[in-house]
Design a protein around this ligand. Structure first.
Ligand code: GN1
Ligand code: MG
Length: 366
């Protein structure tokens, strides 16, 4: 992504004088830059500037409203609990005319945050302690927002983690076969079709009232968890674009999908893709330390299964995008989405082998 024209930087209420930028290359959706400023006495201050992907987020104004409401609420709760609000969540930097985003002359949407100093985010979990902390981070996030009325937030991407609806999109992609790739992925298609009866486990619970709608993050990949660079302790969850009403199981399951994979999400050597039960246990313990008393019986019963559900959902999204001609996720090579889909399929198989063990781990943490 090319760097924004300086005119854009001028629109935000940054303090100090602009020195330069870094291009951050993680994330499959938005373009992200770190801006460096110098204050009057020479101190450096950084900000995050992002171009919102409006083909994914069709209503960036509602998205920014959601983020502002949730971050202000978390900051307020942090102050009340004697915590540092600046390290408890993101902080939106408004434009000079008080808006949550700036629309440039090409119609692109830009937004900015304070840069949280002294933290790291990693694509891969290196040690159980870090994944324990990630579980604590999600637990704190959900617990803090337990009292926030989720109906005040907009559903910025309809049916984002509605797995039956994602499966419907997947079937449509097969039928349309837009990129002409259908016949080359028959086995992968059959894998997702064979599991159709499983896809409703969470949406059915929501429909019959056994699973509450909460404020959820909806993109709890390990690299969206900020940890302290020195101590490894929890700082906060970042990437709040998909914060909206959802199920706690979406967040738990997606964390496990991303963090317990012994390989990268796009690793092509499937021998390397396994499920790490030790990391699963660490996450469960961290998460439970915060959320144990808040979960309903149905949520507790489905925690282990939600990891399989979210892995299946992500896998079918990658495969659907492959069938559609790679129009959603950013890709760096021809079969990138197919590689990702195969990787998730392997991970599902590994989790299915471990499901009884996973359920036992959850039960002992309760
Ligand atoms: C996308 O933007 P990023 O990389 O954090 C996607 C998630 C997927 C993830 C898979 C808005 O997240 O749902 O789980 O890729 N975000 C959106 O890596 O679709
Ligand atoms: Mg994201």
């Amino acid at each position: 992504m090319s760097f924004p024209k300086e005119g854009i930087i001028d629109k935000f209420d940054f303090s100090g004088s602009y020195v330069g930028y870094d291009d951050k290359k993680t994330g499959l959706i938005n373009g992200t830059f770190t801006l460096i400023f110098k204050g009057a006495c020479g101190t450096e201050k950084k900000y995050i500037l992002q171009k919102i992907n409006t083909s994914v987020f069709k209503d960036p104004a509602a998205l920014m409203e959601n983020i502002e409401k949730v971050t202000k609420y978390i900051q307020k709760m942090a102050v009340a609990q004697g915590k540092n609000p600046a390290r408890s969540t993101l902080n939106v930097i408004k434009t000079k005319d008080g808006k949550l985003y700036y629309v440039d002359d090409e119609g692109a949407y830009w937004r900015a945050y304070d840069f949280i100093e002294g933290c790291i985010t990693c694509d891969k979990v290196e040690k159980p302690e870090d994944f324990y902390s990630a579980g604590v981070a999600l637990g704190i996030f959900q617990k803090t927002l337990d009292s926030y009325p989720s109906e005040e937030l907009a559903e910025t991407i309809k049916n984002f983690h509605n797995t039956p609806s994602r499966y419907g999109d997947f079937c449509k992609a097969i039928e349309e076969n837009r990129a002409g790739r259908k016949d080359s992925v028959k086995d992968e298609i059959a894998f997702f079709k064979a599991r159709e009866s499983f896809y409703g486990i969470v949406t059915d619970g929501i429909a019959n009232g056994d699973i509450p709608l909460r404020v959820t993050h909806n993109d709890t990949k390990f690299n969206n968890v900020m940890l302290d660079k020195e101590t490894g302790e929890v700082v906060c969850l970042i990437d709040l674009d998909t914060v909206m009403p959802g199920s706690a199981l979406y967040d738990f399951g997606d964390s496990i999908r991303s963090g317990t994979n012994t390989a990268a999400e796009d690793e092509v050597d499937l021998e390397k893709v396994c499920f790490d039960a030790e990391l699963f246990e660490a996450y469960v313990n961290g998460y439970m330390s915060e959320m144990r008393e808040y979960l309903t019986d149905t949520e507790r019963r489905l925690l282990a299964d939600s990891a399989i559900l979210m892995t299946l959902e992500c896998g079918m999204r990658f495969l659907a995008d492959y069938l559609n001609g790679d129009i959603y996720f950013s890709t760096k090579r021809v079969n990138h989405n197919l590689d990702r889909a195969r990787n998730q399929i392997k991970l599902v198989c590994e989790m299915e082998k471990n499901i009884e063990k996973m359920r036992r781990i959850v039960n002992s943490a309760l």
